[in-house]
Design a protein around this ligand. Sequence first.
Ligand SMILES: Nc1ncnc2c1ncn2[C@@H]1O[C@H](COP(=O)(O)OP(=O)(O)O)[C@@H](O)[C@H]1O
Ligand SMILES: [Mg+2]
Length: 239
Amino acid sequence: MSTEETPLTGGRITAGVVRVGETVRRPVTRDRAHVHGLLLHLEERGFDAVPRFLGVDDQQREVLSFIPGHVPDDLGHFDDAQLAAAARLLRRFHDATADFPLVLDTGAEVMCHNDWGPPNAVFRDRLPCGLIDFDTLAPGLRLWDLGYFAFAWLDLGDDAYTGDEQIRRLEVVAQAYGMAGCAATQIAIHALARQTALAVAGRVQGKPDMADWAAAAADWTVLNVLEQLSPTGYALPAG
Ligand SMILES: Nc1ncnc2c1ncn2[C@@H]1O[C@H](COP(=O)(O)OP(=O)(O)O)[C@@H](O)[C@H]1O
Ligand SMILES: [Mg+2]
């Protein structure tokens, strides 16, 4: 088997991710027991859209199976078919995590990926079909992941889209995920929560570019989406 190491630089967060043959080696920077446990849990359930956990190598790097395909370096425009595929994949992932012991022990709904956006998706034939990068994995609520989904996959907050177009795209996502009842509104409210949380994180972590970007996106979501989703002015008080 080839032992040649090819750097995988697309992610920009974790230094030293390399491909070796059909595996990925990823330096471990913090406790990963819950990640490895979940990948094994998903393997047992036959969920094959995530890497297999294959162990830890002699440099203390985790060994994961390599998922063939294309991983975008950045956000971008994704059409309805791509959004729907990403939402269906998240739904299958969430459903397969619902009986993971950490979820049951914490009273959560599912394991949240917490960073499910295009740069952590493996595409084949234009469609996202694999999830990678479980650094932010944690027990949580489905809508918490869907709020981030709207920010990352729809680029919610970008002036390239109108509010009406983004509401239509939120409905595409909600339908593909299998939500009913005010689904676009629910996702938009959680997108605002995630944008606000990222703005706060950017401030307290000394990342002003991230803080400004997320805060501007939160403003945009209030003014162009939440206001429109309620006929009585859902977001802005009268006066
Ligand atoms: N299991 C995998 N299969 C295929 N490619 C992978 C896999 N894991 C990582 N990669 C590649 O390595 C890059 C960085 O990995 P990632 O886990 O996303 O790190 P980061 O924390 O830097 O975002 C990704 O952009 C992707 O191209
Ligand atoms: Mg990544």
